[in-house]
Design a protein around this ligand. Structure first.
Ligand code: HEC
Length: 100
């Protein structure tokens, strides 16, 4: 019983640590995105990203990577997403989720 509680606690800690790491990596990648989406994801030339769920960000970026249409200006995002790996996308989503 004690062991399983310790295990759950350790897993919870590891997942928090992993998320923090993802967000830090995502922040580096987000530098090129800030010009259009805002340093805090508040939006600008591109839509507001703050407040969007990370899974939604992952889904949209994956759509762009696969040259899918979301809005009228999706073509612009195809070039942005083309160079992102699945991990990059996950990390960026972890970072944009920190925007309030
Ligand atoms: C030159 C300006 C520009 C840059 C740089 C840019 N974006 Fe975008 N982004 C846009 C525009 C414009 C749209 C709307 C595209 C559409 O109509 O589908 C968009 C859409 C998006 C969306 C979907 C938003 C929504 O609510 O539908 C996400 C997510 C996104 N961008 C993330 C990023 C990330 C991550 C980067 C950096 C790797 C980035 N963008 C770089 C302009 C930009």
């Amino acid at each position: 019983m004690k062991i399983s509680i310790a295990l759950v606690a350790a897993m919870a800690f590891l997942s928090v640590a992993a998320q923090a790491q993802d967000a830090a990596a995502g922040k580096t990648k987000y530098a090129t995105c800030a010009a259009c989406h805002g340093a805090q994801g508040q939006g600008g030339a591109g839509p507001k990203l703050a407040g969007q769920k990370p899974e939604v960000i992952v889904q949209k970026l994956t759509t762009y990577k696969n040259k899918g249409q979301i809005g009228a200006q999706s073509q612009l995002m195809w070039g942005m997403a083309a160079g992102l790996s699945a991990d990059d996308i996950k990390n960026i989503a972890a970072y944009t989720a920190t925007f309030k």
